[in-house]
Design a protein around this ligand. Structure first.
Ligand SMILES: Cc1ncc(COP(=O)(O)O)c(C=O)c1O
Length: 360
């Protein structure tokens, strides 16, 4: 039977997330999760809510989480919206601002979910290429699209652009500027001030990375009340469940726990960056909890990705022209990074040996 799909839906392919292996035993450095557990206070908050209250719907606008976010970030509650992960907030933005034939601009390469969300809307992408050093492309400020998104720090490059340049971009473009700060807690700067000051900026945060809560699906958006009001119109009525609201609130109340974990990740990030050249990879400067590293020379990085996978080490490989000689490596614990570097050394030796089919 031929079902009446919208044309753009039949034509598009869905978003492909990084692998989540069913088996245990992988060193998992492919989806930028935090290697450290969330605050024990989160567990306590969730456990305390496993009772008859689960029969009730959650607060539609995640009141307790937004109240705590207001205290933590010093931003009024009417400037905050909560999402089922920041992906949910990105979907709301696409739904509200990108119509059939509408355009979303972004520097590229970047987070590929933006393409998928625009394809669902039947819109078009305006991808402005990053220069080789991943500085903000000048042409981006000349775009006339209703929505521009900059992931800062960017994925998959891990690089970031200065706040002053984002402020300038917000000033120049006619539309909405979305600053996707999924990795901002690992960086030196944040653009939250722009969400307070400007009427055309929304800053997105996630609890999936720095707060070690990818499994709970919690995100926050900060913007002028008029933007928040509009997004609330397209939000699912109960987009966060009762447990996620409590988990997010508890995580924010124990921000010191998150900051300790972030400090450890940043330290390991420096060690990984310093060691990658020894295994034949050149790191891009990272402000995130992962590093994009380019294989010296022009070779594809796929064989290294596959050889690592055989050894139960997962990193992310993108088979696209600009990234095919790179690996994106999540910063794990010091031990995990040690295992990775060791394996990369062995793989490098095999690939150089006259009989590369021999396993080290
Ligand atoms: C740039 C960027 N934005 C948003 C997200 C999604 O985060 P969440 O888990 O909150 O949906 C990711 C996830 O990897 C990301 O890399």
């Amino acid at each position: 039977m031929k079902l009446p799909w919208r044309r753009n839906i039949s034509r598009m392919s869905g978003y492909v997330p990084g692998e989540q292996p069913c088996e245990d035993g992988f060193v998992k450095l492919n989806t930028n999760e935090n290697p450290y557990p969330p605050s024990p206070k989160v567990k306590k908050a969730i456990a305390g809510a496993l009772d008859a209250s689960l029969r009730l719907y959650p607060s539609p606008a995640a009141a307790a989480l937004r109240r705590q976010a207001s205290l933590t970030y010093g931003i009024d509650e009417n400037r905050i919206i909560a999402g089922n992960g920041s992906d949910d907030l990105l979907a709301m933005i696409a739904r509200a601002f990108v119509g059939e034939g509408g355009t979303l601009a972004c520097p590229a390469p970047t987070y590929t979910l933006y393409d998928t969300l625009v394809a669902i809307q039947g819109g078009k992408m305006l991808r402005v290429p990053y220069p080789d050093d991943y500085t903000l492309p000048k042409a981006l400020s000349r775009n006339r699209a209703p929505v521009t998104i900059v992931a800062n720090p960017n994925s998959p490059s891990g690089t970031s652009v200065p706040l002053a340049q984002l402020a300038d971009l917000a000033e120049r473009i006619p539309g909405l500027l979305v600053i996707d700060e999924a990795y901002a807690d690992f960086a030196d700067e944040t653009a939250l001030s722009l969400a307070r000051e400007r009427e055309n900026v929304i800053v997105l945060r996630t609890f999936s990375k720095s707060f070690s809560l990818a499994g709970m699906r919690i995100g926050l958006g900060f913007a002028h009340p008029a933007i928040i009001d509009g997004l609330n119109k397209v939000r699912d009525s109960y987009n966060l469940n009762r447990l996620s609201i409590l988990a997010g609130e508890a995580a924010l109340k124990d921000a010191a726990w998150m900051e300790r974990n972030v400090a450890m990740v940043r330290k390991t990030r420096e060690r990984l960056a310093a060691s990658l050249p020894e295994v034949g990879f050149v790191p891009f400067p990272s402000q995130a909890n992962f590093i994009l590293a380019r294989k010296s020379g022009l070779d594809s990085a796929r064989p290294v990705y596959e050889a690592l996978k055989e050894r139960k080490i997962l990193v992310r490989y993108f088979d696209t022209p600009r990234l095919s000689n790179c690996l994106r490596i999540t910063v794990g614990t010091d031990d995990e990074v040690g295992v990775l570097l060791d394996a990369m050394k062995r793989i490098g030796r095999i690939r150089k040996s006259p009989n590369p089919s021999v396993k080290a």
